[in-house]
Design a protein around this ligand. Structure first.
Ligand code: KIV
Length: 272
């Protein structure tokens, strides 16, 4: 793959299915802005999720509930302007699709028209299936999201592992089948036992992408800022940090402050 001279294949929902069928794992990360989206697209990521985790990561809210459709559209259109190869998935924010399929379709159409994103993602199973079907009927591809669905945090009460009990596990499998039958092209499973995730990935024909769902699924997703180590506070067991950017950025900024104070910056070569 030669990403920079455009000698590459764009990722589509069909190519994800091909990857699953070939047994090649799918890579997915979040991005919310042009600069980081460009870096991860050029690095060869398969899917970029403009997650509603922007509510936490970009805006500093405690939950994903406050972020608005207009704010998601701003983030998603910034990402789309950067991306040449990856499939761009945009989260539908809380309150834009639950309990009203007409509103869901209107919201999804706004996302597609105003951002240039390729697909949307919705949280939930049977409760939101009418919205899923109506969005799909307009030709908009839908990614599902089951397990720990952060928009329902006040129903769950905590961010602990979901579907450990049989009743919830059975509902999750039924919801996954329902989403596949409705026409979703993939689903995300968040923070569930790896044995259950394996069963779902084996049962479904569509790709199953996990976050805290073990290795026996068709791909993995992480929040970019978490895997780059841009914070110290969030330490779930499933998170692997590939860099420690919090410390690196702190070091660079401290050096800059010191250089400015000492009038070491700018030097002779750094001025006109
Ligand atoms: O919003 C998000 O970042 C997500 C991922 C955790 C899958 O939905």
């Amino acid at each position: 793959m030669m990403v920079n001279n455009k000698n590459y294949k764009k990722i589509t929902t069909n190519s994800l299915l091909e990857l699953k069928n070939k047994g090649v794992k799918i890579s997915m990360l979040t991005a919310y802005d042009f600069t980081l989206a460009k870096i991860i697209d050029n690095a060869g990521i398969d899917i970029i999720l403009v997650g509603d985790s922007a509510s936490n990561v970009m805006a500093g809210y405690e939950t994903t509930l406050p972020i608005t459709l207009d704010e998601m559209i701003y983030h998603a259109s910034s990402v789309v302007r950067a991306v040449d190869r990856a499939l761009v998935v945009v989260d539908m924010p809380f309150g834009t699709y639950q309990g009203n399929s007409k509103k869901a379709l209107d919201s999804a159409i706004r996302i597609m028209k105003e951002t240039g994103g390729h697909t949307v993602k919705l949280e939930g199973g049977s409760e939101i299936i009418d919205s899923v079907k109506r969005i799909l009927s307009a030709g908009i591809p839908v990614m599902g999201h089951l397990g720990l669905t952060p928009q329902s945090i006040y129903k769950f009460g905590t961010y602990t592992v979901r579907a450990k009990e049989e009743e919830e596990a059975i509902k999750l499998i039924e919801d996954a089948k329902l989403l596949e039958e409705a026409g979703c092209y993939a689903i995300v499973l968040e923070k569930i036992p790896s044995k259950l995730a394996k069963k779902v990935a084996e049962t479904l024909n569509i790709p199953v992408i996990g976050i805290g769902a073990g290795a026996n699924v068709d791909g993995q997703v992480l929040v970019l800022h978490d895997m780059l180590g841009m914070n110290h506070e969030f330490n779930p067991r499933f998170l692997r940090r590939y860099l420690n950017l919090y410390d690196e950025i702190t070091k660079g900024v401290k050096q800059y402050i010191s250089d400015v104070k000492k009038v070491d910056f700018p030097n002779k070569d750094e001025q006109y």
